[in-house]
Design a protein around this ligand. Structure first.
Ligand code: NDP
Ligand code: 8X3
Length: 254
């Protein structure tokens, strides 16, 4: 059965910025305890200082499988029984066409968005099943289903996240553990700053003259779907700002 929000333990990857940070804030506001992870330990420490006793800061790089598994298998009492896992750690790097894109960037996206996400999920799932409760929420993207120029490997990693989440549902049938993929469109976070290698001007242009989603909008949807009655599984949530929609097919004419 669904637990009261105030008695839940929530593990958030990518809690140092953007959607993950907003999820940590939203679950803390609802009274939950939070295991907050990310590479930037200073930001995790600041979050923990703002919520004494209710945040376990855990600096980790999800690409380091051995260290991640070790950290997640030694969570302290009060934080070890994870009820909700939010896999938000992820990134896009570059917007070059496939024939010019950096293979190192591709590797980093695959290692973070795909391999890191499955490492964390695999580490947390057995405990959820043993305790008879749990919800895995994965951050996909509209890029999973709608191709765009330069989206190449980023979009492919998000298609992986979508299919992995749906396949989790297949494996989890017969258990009370739930799985949801959240697929946002344009959301103003550090995402574009990271994508463009720290170029704030270029990142700012992405959201110029339109109202993007906020990280808090996404966190609200995540808190909502994890708070539904225990027999309800939201499979997929796709969200876009009203100011974003679809293009027609591109046609190259002679
Ligand atoms: P941000 O850049 O604001 O946050 C990304 C988070 O991921 C940071 O906390 C970062 O922490 C963490 N992270 C990145 N690499 C690693 C790593 N190797 N190990 C651990 N943590 C890592 O971006 P968003 O909040 O926007 O993105 C969150 C998720 O949402 C991503 O999966 C993204 O693909 C997805 N998404 C974002 C959209 C958007 O428009 N913003 C739209 C659709 C989906 P640190 O650097 O401290 O490690
Ligand atoms: C992030 C949204 O459209 O930049 O996943 O790919 S988009």
């Amino acid at each position: 059965m669904s637990r009261d929000p105030e008695s839940r333990t929530v593990l958030v990857t990518g809690a140092t910025a953007g959607i993950g940070a907003a999820c940590a804030d939203a679950f803390l506001a609802a009274g939950a305890r939070v295991v907050a992870t990310g590479r930037r330990a200073d930001r995790l420490a600041e979050l923990a200082a703002r919520h004494p006793g209710r945040v376990h800061p855990l600096a980790l790089d999800v690409r380091d499988r051995a260290a991640t598994e070790r950290s997640l298998s030694t969570l302290p009492a009060g934080f070890a029984d994870v009820d909700v896992l939010v896999n938000s750690a992820g990134l896009a790097l570059g917007l070059e066409p496939a024939q010019r894109a950096s293979v190192d960037d591709w590797d980093q996206m695959i290692e973070t968005n795909c391999a890191g996400l499955v490492t964390v999920t695999r580490a947390i799932l057995p405990g959820m099943i043993a305790r008879g409760r749990g919800h895995v929420v994965n951050l996909g993207s509209v890029a999973a289903g709608y191709p765009y120029p330069g989206g190449n490997v980023y979009g492919a990693t998000k298609a992986f996240v979508r299919q992995f989440t749906l396949n989790l549902r297949a494996d989890l049938l017969g258990t009370p553990v739930r799985a949801t993929v959240i697929e946002p469109g344009m959301t103003e976070t550090e995402f574009s700053l990271v994508r463009f290698g720290g170029d704030a001007g270029r990142a700012g242009q992405v959201y110029q003259g339109m109202q993007p989603l906020t990280a808090a909008d996404i966190a609200e949807a995540i808190v909502w779907c994890t708070g539904l009655p225990a027999h309800v599984n939201v499979n997929v949530i796709e969200l876009m700002p009203v100011a974003q929609a679809f293009s027609p097919f591109a046609v190259k004419r002679e």
